[in-house]
Structures are given as structure tokens and as C-alpha cells.
Design a binder for this molecule. Structure first.
Ligand SMILES: [Zn+2]
Length: 333
């Protein structure tokens, strides 16, 4: 039996070359897209344009795993909550897709994964939190900040996020001390940063594609992505097959605009006999509650709380992740 660690080291440089960034495109409202009959029906319904879901698949030989997400609905929800600009919607959508995929790998109920991207760019720090089912929430420091399109006509996520900083991933199983690891940002384009995080901090060969397509009216038209991992002992020739599949599949938003997460997994595992392991719905979900907010208030300090209460004013606290507003009377404080 060869030493899998050595095999992985050998893989890392090429596996890192697998990194592929979901391409963002800005489409004017007049751009016509052909839709299947089923898609047209869903379009006219508005709300249910696509079901957000996570699909897990594995190659027939068991050496490549792909987790793909379709997340248009939850990305649109984030845009609405935060009144986010186009470029910030794209940054949040990409971060949520990756956090949801990685969060859904946590085994325990009550576990959570937090991804923090501090790049020093105009939209500020982007934070996404996923539960163990992949339900996710997000916020950004300055969600309204907008930038002109990049010279290539795409949303300039890299510049909006910035690349002078770190991607930190915190895994909390709900029982032990949370486990945190961080890597330096590569470009601020997010998919590249997550792929680099996985290859460096988890020492595995990985590819990540994330994308958000904004329609002419500013709403989210398609969103999602995938994370592909090479499992120990994978034969070297499988990498060139994966590279070809990824190149031929093209931008992830192109696959998801009218397609599903399953379509994405099928395309990138083309000719590798994909087996589908699971599929589950995901949504934008915030875990805030009155009790939790009160708990956080307790951290302010008794004297300050007494001061507020003595002034007789109600206090209002807005959740940073959702549109919930909690009001507390002086008595409660
Ligand atoms: Zn909330």
C-alpha cells in the first residue's frame, strides 16, 4: 500500500491548478434565454424559480467527491435583507454557497460552520454561517457598496472583497471548543480562496467553483457552485479527466441558469460514472431568537444595562443576519 500522504503531496501542485472560478456575467434585461417548458412554468410563478438544494455525488471508483449547491433563492433573500449592491450580493452569494457546502459536511446536529472573509475591500468583512444541514445566513460590513464592472465586463468581486487578508473557517460541533483555521486570501474572488484554503489547511486536492448571476433588474438569476475533493489514493490520470470536465463545463452560473445542482455534479463528473449519495433542500435561515438576543445583551454589563433601564427608554436590536427586530422594555432589562 502506498503512503497516501506522499501521494497527496505529489498531487497538490496539480490539484491546486484545478482551481476554477465561477464566472460572473452581467446580463441586460433584454438578453433572451431559452427556457425549457418546466422552467417557464416556474418562472411565471416567480417565487419558486428554482429550489435551493445540496447534492452530494461520488465518482463510481470512489476517488472523487462533489458537493454541488443551487442557491438562487437564499442569495436573493440575502440581497433583500441587506439591501445589497450587485457586487456585494455576488460576494455574499459565493461565500454562502461555500459555507453551506462545508457546513453540510458537519455530522452533528447543532454543529455550525462560520466562514469569515477579511480582505480589506470596500464591502468590508463578509461572514457566512451554516448549520449542519447547509442552511445558511450571511452579512457584510458595507453591503450597499458598489463598484464599477471590471474591465472584462464582470462584477468586480475581487476588488470589492479585497485580497489583503484572510479566509477563516470556524467549525463548532456545539460541545467542544470551536476549531478555527485560516489561510491568506489569494484574490478575493472567493472560489479561489476556498480552494486554496482546502488544499493548504486540509491538505487535500480540491477544486471550487462559485458563481452568482445578477439579472438586468438587479435580482439574482442564478447562484451556487460546487466543491470537488480528491480522496486518498486517487489515480493520477483522474486529474486530467477532471480538469477537462471542469473546463468543458464552463462557468457554474451558466450551468445553473436553467439547470440544477444535479446537472452541475453530472457535468463535472462526466465519464466517471457518478453516483448520487444524497440531496437535501437548503434555505436562508437565521438562528436568532429573543432569548439569544437577551443573552447577548447580558454581555454588555450590568451597570450599562441599569443605565439604559433607568433612562426608561425601550431598546431595539436588529439582527445582523436577518430582518428580525427585537424590542425590550426597561423592565426586561
Ligand atoms: Zn436573525
Amino acid at each position: 500500500m502506498p503512503d497516501t500522504r506522499v501521494i497527496f503531496k505529489k498531487y497538490l501542485p496539480r490539484a491546486a491548478a484545478l482551481i476554477f472560478i465561477g464566472v460572473l456575467r452581467f446580463k441586460p434585461a433584454s438578453d433572451k434565454i431559452r427556457l425549457s417548458a418546466a422552467q417557464c412554468r416556474r418562472t411565471t410563478k416567480g417565487e419558486n424559480f428554482s429550489l435551493d438544494e445540496i447534492i452530494r455525488a461520488i465518482s463510481g471508483d470512489g476517488f472523487v467527491s462533489v458537493v454541488a449547491i443551487s442557491s438562487r433563492g437564499l442569495t436573493e433573500r440575502a440581497r433583500d435583507i441587506h439591501k445589497a449592491s450587485r457586487v456585494c450580493t455576488a460576494a455574499m452569494g459565493r461565500t454562502m454557497a461555500a459555507a453551506s457546502i462545508l457546513g453540510s459536511e458537519l455530522k452533528k446536529d447543532g454543529a455550525s460552520l462560520t466562514a469569515i472573509i477579511r480582505g480589506g475591500g470596500p464591502i468590508g468583512t463578509v461572514i457566512a454561517v451554516s448549520d449542519s444541514l447547509g442552511n445558511v445566513r450571511c452579512c457584510a460590513g458595507a453591503p450597499e457598496a458598489e463598484l464599477p464592472l471590471a474591465p472584462n465586463g464582470k462584477l468586480d468581486v475581487g476588488r470589492a472583497v479585497g485580497n489583503d487578508g484572510t479566509l477563516t473557517v470556524i467549525r463548532d460541533d456545539g460541545e467542544h471548543e470551536p476549531y478555527s483555521s485560516a489561510t491568506e486570501l489569494v484574490s478575493g474572488e472567493i472560489a479561489e480562496d476556498f480552494a486554496s484554503f482546502l488544499t493548504q489547511s486540509e491538505q487535500i486536492g480540491a477544486a471550487c467553483a462559485l458563481g452568482v448571476l445578477i439579472g438586468g433588474d438587479g435580482s439574482v438569476r442564478a447562484a451556487g457552485g460546487y466543491i470537488m475533493k480528491l480522496l486518498p489514493g486517487a489515480p493520477e490520470d483522474i486529474i486530467s479527466v477532471l480538469e477537462r470536465n471542469i473546463t468543458e463545463a464552463g462557468a457554474v452560473t451558466g450551468m445553473l441558469d436553467g439547470g440544477t445542482a444535479e446537472d452541475v455534479a453530472r457535468r463535472v463528473l462526466h465519464s466517471l460514472d457518478p453516483k448520487f449519495v444524497s440531496r437535501a433542500p437548503v434555505e436562508y435561515r437565521c438562528g436568532c431568537s429573543r432569548e439569544r438576543v437577551l443573552g447577548a445583551l447580558a454581555g454588555i454589563g450590568k451597570d450599562d444595562l441599569r443605565d439604559i433601564a433607568e433612562k426608561g427608554a425601550k431598546i431595539e436590536i436588529t439582527c445582523r443576519f436577518c430582518d428580525a427586530v427585537y424590542t425590550f422594555s426597561p423592565d426586561e432589562l
